[in-house]
Design a protein. Structure first.
Lengths: 262, 264
């Protein structure tokens, strides 16, 4: 049985953010994820989760000025303090919302430092974050992005993710495997998952090209889900895609997997 | 719809090689490809093509090094003469059989040589192959192969293959884009096929993982086939996959395409 959660940063854009929880629930989702909760009060979000019987599966650490194109700050030596403040804020929200996964967007390499310096800073920041969650059940996830959508994003392959995870060497720091990003960057989706099974803490999906719902691109998600269903993966799969027409129409595929509208 | 042809090394293994032509025809194919036709005479093959109304789309150059048993003659600085002999043999077969192209075969890195020397040998051999084959109207095809199945394969991404083609700098040098190999090595299939379409001289397919027929793995082949139509690919698509059970049972996916094609 596969656990799909709705990504509220990309689904249900027909309504305001705070009204998406209800729609996710009405459409049969038991869990939700999104980029950031920080524009809203903890209690407002908790009310939405409780009222709609939803689990908060994942969100991201503060990642700089996202609207202006930043995709994380964890690689920048001069922004360690900002990263640490963000860690505390994220853990505060996550604890209150019973969220067990927090994703680090690492940042777009700006050319001011060497690859070694970016790596060192990232690892140091991850060690700090891991130390802050050591008495919680929170897992910290590192996500590779594709460099077509996010040019110069510093971590853009599973192998780089693995290097980082290995250097940190803590069970609370894992890979977020976004199949859309990795199909653009490296392919070989099923084998890569299989080879890194014990290091993957969360999966996200969208088809390629276009980042629309499964069935609209070059990936055979039916077979990928069949494989995952037969594997020992018991985590969540985040539906982080842009609906091709509208959200309700885009959810047809997920009905086959037990996500049924109320 | 793309024109599909049958790879006789991978398909119809239930039969002797020479009898696979008939089986391909019976299953609705109008074209075939075969890596190594050299155990059969040209006349024997022509007889089959004529009798079963088949086109022989591509063959491979015979690039096995007699000393090592490894198929990397094109990379060996010490065996350029032998490569040329084999090019003559391959050209003779391809010309007689009416092939549209020859897979020139790259191979795994030969130990004991400097990389520069190996690369220059490959470029030199490929320049000659492109020129020789262009005189017969046969495309010189360069195929990157995945390093999971063949570790140390020298040209293993479309980026490397295009670099090589640019170095060869001959209008008859083309990319053989094998969707299976490229899914293992780089993904991003649709975008790359679109980008490279002018340089693609032939396409081969299998699903991943497993190299079985379309529908058994992570690639959405109906989407890829539609894309090939959309961008106006006029070449052939070689079914170079291992049937997951028998060849006949592996052909369910292709029926709509073969029927459409044969009605045209």
């Amino acid at each position: 049985m596969l656990n799909f959660c709705a990504n509220l940063s990309m689904l249900f854009n027909e309504v305001k953010f705070i009204d998406k929880f209800k729609l996710a629930s009405e459409n049969g989702f038991k869990g939700i994820e999104y980029l950031f909760p920080y524009d809203y009060s903890k209690s407002d979000i908790k009310d939405q989760l409780n009222d709609n019987n939803l689990s908060q599966i994942l969100f991201d650490f503060p990642a700089g000025n996202f609207a202006e194109g930043e995709r994380g700050i964890a690689i920048f030596p001069e922004r360690k303090n900002e990263f640490r403040e963000g860690v505390h804020k994220a853990i505060d929200y996550a604890t209150f919302l019973n969220c067990e996964r927090l994703t680090v967007l690492v940042g777009i390499a700006d050319g001011k430092y060497t690859t070694e310096q970016y790596n060192e800073t990232l690892i140091e920041n991850l060690l700090y974050a891991a130390d802050q969650v050591k008495n919680t059940n929170i897992t910290i996830l590192v996500e590779a992005l594709n460099t077509i959508d996010a040019p110069n994003y510093f971590v853009s392959s599973t192998s780089h993710c693995k290097e980082i995870i290995k250097a940190v060497n803590l069970p609370s720091v894992k890979i977020q495997y976004d199949i859309y990003h990795m199909q653009i960057m490296e392919g070989d989706i099923i084998r890569t998952f299989e080879n890194n099974f014990d290091k993957i803490g969360h999966i996200q999906i969208a088809d390629n090209p276009g980042r629309n719902e499964p069935g609209t691109g070059e990936l055979n998600y039916k077979m990928i889900f069949e494989y995952l269903n037969n594997s020992d993966y018991d985590g969540w799969i985040g539906c982080e895609y842009a609906p091709k027409n509208n959200t309700l129409e885009s959810l047809k595929w997920v009905r086959e997997y037990g996500v049924i509208n109320a | 719809m793309p024109k599909f042809e049958s790879n006789l090394m991978y398909m119809f293994n239930e039969f002797d090689l020479i009898d696979r032509y008939e089986q391909a025809s019976l299953s609705g194919f109008s074209g075939v490809e075969l890596q190594s036709p050299y155990s059969m005479t040209i006349d024997n093959i022509l007889d089959k093509l004529d009798k079963f109304n088949l086109k022989h789309i591509i063959i491979n150059l015979p690039v096995i090094d007699p000393d090592t048993g490894i198929g990397n003659l094109a990379l060996r600085p010490d065996k350029k003469d032998l490569f040329l002999e084999r090019l003559d043999l391959g050209t003779k077969y391809a010309k007689a059989l009416g092939c549209i192209g020859i897979n020139t075969g790259i191979g795994i890195y030969p130990s004991g040589f400097e990389n520069d020397e190996v690369y220059q040998t490959l470029i030199e051999n490929q320049k000659i192959a492109s020129e020789t084959l262009s005189k017969c109207g046969i495309k010189a095809l360069i195929e990157p192969i995945n390093t999971v199945d063949q570790p140390d394969f020298y040209i293993n991404t479309s980026v490397q293959a295009v670099d090589l083609i640019n170095q060869i700098d001959h209008p008859n040098a083309f990319l053989l884009y094998d969707v299976y190999h490229m899914q293992i090595m780089e993904g991003n299939l649709s975008r790359n096929i679109k980008k490279l379409i002018d340089k693609i001289g032939h396409i081969q397919i299998a699903d991943n993982p497993g190299r079985y027929e379309p529908g058994t793995g992570e690639i959405n082949y109906p989407y890829i086939f539609n894309l090939l139509d959309e961008i106006g690919y006029k070449g052939w698509v070689g079914c170079e996959y291992k049937p997951s059970s028998t060849t006949i049972n592996s052909l369910g996916w292709i029926q709509e395409y073969l029927n459409n094609y044969n009605e045209e």
